[in-house]
Design a protein around this ligand. Structure first.
Ligand SMILES: [Fe+2]
Length: 181
């Protein structure tokens, strides 16, 4: 019998309290483009407004979802204060193809007045530049209008077939192994 055959995680459908505000944010910050925007009830089986946004040539990378019948509470900006509620997500991430792209995106965030709530930081116990945290990449974090935490990153390590980590420069880090191979 064939096993699972998916290749990657792709889009995220993100609930937002104000569709116009969120569309403007993702356009201004990341240059995302609108593919389609639909109001709730356009088709009977979809009771929420849906906006499909893209970064490049794929139909959508991000879906913004708004339920007009829902009363939204503001998500705490500080995850340490997010101590009551349904299981949600902690953060999500956009990859920059190069470190220069990462630095350009950081500069752009600052130029449009976004607060960088963490970073830039190298998440690594192995890299000499690392802060000891985990993830093997370089990141900074901002918040969207609903305080959804967005990570921008570059240079994520890969993992060889034997479980050994390989950094973005292509060096095997022999001491660093994945928990499972
Ligand atoms: Fe992350």
């Amino acid at each position: 019998m064939a096993g699972p055959a998916v290749s990657r995680l792709q889009h995220l459908a993100l609930e937002v309290s104000d569709m116009d505000k969120s569309i403007a944010f993702y356009r201004d910050f990341l240059g995302m483009k609108l593919s389609e925007r639909h109001e709730s009830g356009e088709v009977a089986q979809i009771p929420v407004a849906l906006t499909f946004m893209r970064l490049g040539g794929v139909h959508h990378d991000l879906v913004l979802v708004h339920n007009p019948n829902k009363t939204y509470r503001q998500r705490p900006a500080d995850p340490r204060e997010d101590i009551d509620g349904i299981p949600a997500f902690h953060h999500y991430a956009f990859e920059c193809p190069t470190r220069q792209d990462f630095l350009d995106t950081l500069e752009h965030a600052q130029n449009i007045g976004l607060e960088v709530v963490r970073g830039p930081v190298v998440h690594s116990p192995w890299d000499p530049r690392g802060d000891g945290s985990w993830g093997e990449n370089e990141s900074f974090y901002v918040l969207d209008p609903d305080n959804h935490r967005i990570e921008i990153f570059c240079d994520m390590a890969t993992i060889d077939k034997d479980g050994t980590y390989v950094n973005a420069q292509g060096d095997r880090i022999e001491a660093a192994k994945a928990a499972e191979t």
